[in-house]
Design a protein around this ligand. Structure first.
Ligand SMILES: NC(=O)c1ccc[n+]([C@@H]2O[C@H](COP(=O)([O-])OP(=O)(O)OC[C@H]3O[C@@H](n4cnc5c(N)ncnc54)[C@H](OP(=O)(O)O)[C@@H]3O)[C@@H](O)[C@H]2O)c1
Length: 424
């Protein structure tokens, strides 16, 4: 894990001396804020040792990565500074612990993702804007008098996607949050990455295949993108649930690196790991025959996040009557299927989208998250590799935005993870 945090001297971004309050959140783009009342902030030494600054009125200084139009992150993202008041009613003030950068977050910024964020001026941006990021772990730093189930120091995640997690602080209603009931033994990385990828793997494996539990250890799952966050989760759940996994990864630059990746996944519990070239080779059929004891151990589920020829090859390996679930399209190639797979093998092709599933099944989502965190606490669910970007008060916009931009480049050693280094 390497840190790209660059320590810089405090910038001359002196907070306002006179500001205008619109609602509970005050912007530094004062011109864009409707004046409803005036407040006078303190005038001396506003940035204490380069860290957070709280005014005498209790306003928390916050920053958020926002965009007000769709495009490449490097063209449209901005670092917006604003202030957050003390919480009212059932509001909760939060401090970021960690937030990952997932492929879908980038697609959302590009405007090619089906769920569109709401562009608004709630945090006082000049133009209506959305805050990037859909997943993250936060710590409660203050609660309003009407808050019932949360207290200072609790860890929470967002109940739904689309609420914006790439921000140092947030003020949300208690009803928008899921409390991590027992944070003992958990890290911010584990909590911040639990709600999308592991939940996706878990639900696809539970809900799309009627596993024969009497044959535990004799049935298979095949998947591509096996080194992704979802893929790693599927491998580990397979190991726990007695489902063998045949995993496909792309070749690395050297055979040694490819072997190292294969071994990494085997260490997580992968039964077998092959490269995409092996998957597409003539020999793959024989390989599958041998692995599955001449077909006696059926491959009953395929998980596809790549598409193109890779997906077709996965489908061909399935036993009759099996399911293939498509949940991503990393190669941007369509899924093309020989008709015989539908007519003679009676394969079923489904899609899965965790955002929609989670909105329809909020309690089941919470239960799934609890299950994964229980496995994590027990040491049965290992951390995904990450490329940590430390976000301190002095971290400048280009560094954060460049990290976001890198998310969709392939062959990465780890997922981008923002970790906030500031106190409340
Ligand atoms: N439908 C849902 O509800 C849902 C939920 C979560 C995730 N997803 C999707 O699942 C996929 C994986 O997400 P993640 O967060 O787990 O990913 P991740 O950890 O960021 O890993 C990205 C994966 O994509 C592979 N990849 C990148 N570019 C590729 C290309 N051009 N062709 C083939 N493979 C490529 C990478 O392989 P290399 O290492 O070889 O580059 C890696 O395995 C994404 O498509 C994401 O949108 C969908």
């Amino acid at each position: 894990m390497f840190s790209r945090c660059v320590a810089r001297s405090a910038v001359g971004s002196t907070p306002f001396q006179t500001s205008v309050v619109k609602s509970r959140i005050i912007s530094h783009h004062l011109s864009s804020v409707t004046t409803t009342r005036q407040c006078w902030g303190p005038i001396s030494n506003p940035w204490v040792d380069g860290r957070r600054y709280i005014s005498v009125y209790g306003y928390t200084q916050a920053k958020a990565l926002v965009y007000s139009r769709y495009g490449e992150p490097q063209d449209v993202l901005q670092l917006h500074k604003h202030s957050i008041s003390a919480p009212n009613g059932s509001q909760v003030n939060l401090r970021l612990l960690a937030a990952p950068m997932n492929p879908a977050d980038i697609n959302q910024i590009q405007g090619v993702y089906p769920s569109k964020p709401t562009f608004q001026t709630t945090i006082g941006t000049q133009d209506p804007s959305a805050i990037g990021g859909n997943e993250g772990a936060f710590e409660v730093i203050a609660t309003g008098p009407g808050v019932q189930g949360l207290a200072q120091g609790d860890w929470v995640i967002m109940k739904r996607t689309g609420q914006g997690t790439w921000r140092t602080h947030a003020q949300l209603d208690e009803s928008q949050l899921i409390k991590i009931e027992n944070k003992e033994g958990l890290t911010p990385l584990q909590v911040s990455t639990v709600s999308v990828n592991p939940v996706t793997a878990y639900r696809m494996m539970k809900d799309f295949c009627d596993w024969d539990w009497l044959r535990t250890g004799e049935e298979w799952l095949i998947q591509n993108g096996a080194n992704s966050g979802v893929g790693r989760a599927a491998i580990q759940l397979g190991r726990e649930w007695g489902i063998k996994t045949l995993n496909v990864v792309r070749e690395r630059k050297t055979p040694e690196e490819t072997e190292a990746l294969k071994q990494e996944l085997k260490d997580l519990g992968a039964t077998a790991v092959v490269t995409e070239a092996e998957l597409l080779s003539r020999d793959f059929r024989n390989m599958v025959h041998e692995l599955t004891r001449q077909g006696k151990e059926p491959i009953r589920l395929a998980l596809n996040c790549v598409g193109g020829k890779n997906a077709t090859a996965l489908a061909k390996a399935l036993a009759p009557g099996s399911h293939m679930v498509t949940y991503g399209a990393m190669s941007k190639q369509p899924v093309a299927l020989p008709s015989g797979l539908l007519i003679f093998k009676n394969l079923v092709f489904d899609g899965f989208w965790v955002s929609r599933w989670g909105d329809k099944n909020p309690q089941l989502k919470q239960n799934t998250i609890s299950d994964v965190l229980e496995l994590t606490r027990a040491g049965k669910f290992k951390d995904i590799p990450v490329d940590e970007i430390k976000w301190s008060w002095n971290t400048e916009a280009p560094e954060l935005i460049a990290a976001v931009q890198e998310t969709l480049t392939g062959y990465r050693s780890g997922k981008g993870l923002l970790t906030f280094e500031g106190d409340d």
